[in-house]
Write a protein that binds this ligand. Sequence first.
Ligand SMILES: [Zn+2]
Length: 333
Amino acid sequence: MNYLSSSRRVKLWQSLLPHWQQSVIGHSELGQAIIAFHQAPLDQCEVLAWSLMHGNETTGAEALTALIQQPQFGHKSWCIVPVLNPDGADAFTRLNHLGKDVNRDAIRSETKEGQALLSLMPRIQPKLVLNLHDQRSCFRGIGSDRPATFSLLAPCSNPKQKGGFDLEASKVASWMANWISQQHPHWGLARFNDSHYPNAFGDLWQSHAATITLETGITLSDWTRGETAQALALLLVNIDSTSWEEIFQNTPFDYLALPMNIDDAMDASVQMGNGQSCMLAYQETLQQGRLQAEWRVLKGDAQQSPAWRHWSSHLPRPMPGEVFDERSAQQIS
Ligand SMILES: [Zn+2]
């Protein structure tokens, strides 16, 4: 995946959507405008989507950028915040500039980015809210031998208060699960734990409108998530072009039948000539304005848990914490 600074990403959106309205819904800790792009007045928008709430989770933003460039896009009225955490996105970090997790700030509302998202709530009553995130490659559905490329969550609105949109969101999640499994029958698909997290924005929005948190992961053929972003873009196109009646007519059961997401997988296990083994984790870091893929050696021997790659090496055991670039990692293998 390419790295784009937040200002360049926003400029790209402004150039792609010259006729859309732009509402500055807040400013980041470093003073960058947080912009909602919308076709219609906010109170008439049918879908609200945001991405880059966590600054190093770019797949949602890439997919939304592909969505708005589709020639057939525009059946529904969208409001999109492509860069909710611009400072975090610039630094390619999960957290905001003050080191706070915006997605744990729905109640306290201490972060400027969280406040921006909250400011939309009284102004918009969409039929569907999409909270787009990436998940680490260690996630898989229980029993699955491949990473979860999509994990769906219909977050739990406050269980003590009636009137949430949990059931409606579960129906949408069923529709999504069916579509994803038809399009990509060999990809991992899982369901996220739906315990109530009052501090999380998905749970808060679920009390206001049907909300789906979508966690995207790697595919085994593309660890940079480019394939995943394309697939997510097509899912969004399909949401745009499918009638609400069809989307909401599902039962929740196909969603509820998905395997639960667990985070026990390893990226690579390396078997060494001396009989020892070790584990490597894949990561992307920002170096001089570019994302670099790296493999980091973890502590301990390889576990019983599944690994997405199995390598063998005649090299001596690498030290925990040692980092290999893509090319050196191939020499290990
Ligand atoms: Zn996230």
